[in-house]
Design a protein around this ligand. Structure first.
Ligand code: MN
Length: 404
């Protein structure tokens, strides 16, 4: 029996107003072809199906149009909600989707009904070959009881212990009910020690904690969603599936893939299937001249236009720069390279401040202390100002120390 594991589709995702709908259409076409040609029996999608909990009609249509084609390929699907998904939005059509052979677990039913998420998966001749624990993103209330006046450290400990308990409970129930079967888990969470891309830090990791791998080690194999770059948590046993396409500029160099498990009796083989690339995302930085030189060498390598993020850094103000950038953008679009984001920094602050919007900086490019400095920069230099600065630095030191 063959199972594919993928995650983090983020249907409906936009990058600077640029829609990834075409990218996902190309991916889903490729996936369907792969499923058909390789006789895949089950497709597991481990959360963040949609980018938003109230997805657009287009994104929803793309989802159903894909699912309706699976039975024709002899494939069934198991879908769980991620932190971006609305559990009830996914669950609402579940009886309709069931008739197509698709099982959806949007909402976690709670530990007293954990058997509901244990799904026997059968091969084409009807023999059950494995049990899938379909674990959606777990809301706080399933993990811990919220106490009053808890510090960050206490909450951290409670979340880790809560997750350990939930995973152990699910694992134990599986072993009790299906002692002789292969156990496969799918979940959407942040495991300890994983590296997140810049786009992920911005859109989805938040302040969540990493869950230690030994707490998750309850199955023969666990496929994870949430971190977009596929990486092992426990080699050969717990692995992130990765998003199928680059969703942010920092993910451009990453080779996206899906996980295939070939199951034979009680053993299985894990293979990574590379997903073809449909678009490039480029970040180009430097002085205007450097940026122009770099752009001259860039080519659009795929059918979809490459998306560009320009960051121009000039020592002094140059009034001719803006028309030059506009001309450059037109030139680029003729080469199928589309500038979707640009910022210009003039190092000579006295001029750039007067220019206001022309010379803007992004908060992301600044250190916290520099941002605070800006907030209080109009104030008179006095005792109060230096006390404020000291206080801020104390809080900052405290906050950075507390990070996992
Ligand atoms: Mn996520």
């Amino acid at each position: 029996m063959k199972i594919l594991i993928t995650a983090d589709w983020h249907l409906g995702k936009k990058l600077h107003m640029e829609d990834f709908g075409q990218d996902m259409a190309l991916f889903l076409d490729w996936l369907l072809r792969y499923i058909g040609e390789n006789e895949i029996d089950y497709l597991l999608v481990a959360g963040d199906i949609f980018d938003q909990n109230n997805p657009s009609n287009e994104a929803t249509k793309q989802y159903y149009d894909f699912l309706v084609q699976l039975p024709g390929k002899g494939c069934k699907a198991i879908i769980t909600a991620g932190n971006h998904d609305s559990p009830s939005y996914l669950d609402t059509p579940s009886s309709l989707l069931n008739s197509l052979g698709t099982t959806v677990v949007g909402r976690f039913p709670g530990m007293d009904q954990v058997e509901k998420i244990l799904i026997p998966v059968a091969n084409r001749s009807g023999k059950t070959e494995a049990i899938v624990a379909a674990i959606p993103f777990l809301q706080d209330r399933f993990i811990r009881q919220v106490g009053e006046s808890e510090g960050i450290k206490e909450i951290d400990i409670k979340i880790r212990e809560g997750m350990r308990k939930v995973f152990k409970g699910i694992g134990d129930e599986m072993k009790k009910r299906f002692p002789d079967q292969l156990h496969i888990g799918m979940a959407h969470l942040h495991a300890q020690g994983t590296k997140a891309s810049e786009a992920e830090r911005e859109i989805q990791i938040g302040n969540e904690l990493g869950i230690p791998s030994d707490a998750l080690d309850q199955f023969n194999y666990l496929g994870l969603g949430h971190i977009h770059t596929g990486q092992p948590v426990l080699e050969g046993k717990i692995h992130y599936a990765s998003s199928p396409i680059s969703l942010g500029f920092s993910e451009n160099v990453y080779k996206h893939k899906i996980i295939q498990l070939d199951i034979d009796g009680n053993s299985f083989k894990q293979t990574f299937i590379p997903v073809p690339r449909f678009r490039s995302l480029y970040q180009v930085k430097g002085t205007m001249q450097e940026v122009e030189e770099k752009l001259a060498l860039l080519k659009c390598k795929y059918d979809l236009p490459a998306l560009l993020d320009l960051s121009i850094d000039e020592p002094t103000f140059d009034p001719k720069l803006m028309p030059r950038i506009e001309a450059l953008k037109n030139e680029m679009s003729a080469k199928n390279l589309k500038v979707v984001s640009q910022r210009v920094i003039f190092r000579d602050k006295s001029i750039s401040r007067k220019l206001g919007t022309l010379a803007h900086e992004r908060v992301n490019d600044l250190q916290p202390a520099a941002v605070f400095e800006k907030i209080i920069e109009g104030r008179e230099e006095n005792e109060e100002k230096s006390a404020l600065k000291d206080l801020f630095n104390t809080i900052l030191a405290d906050a950075t120390q507390q990070q996992p």
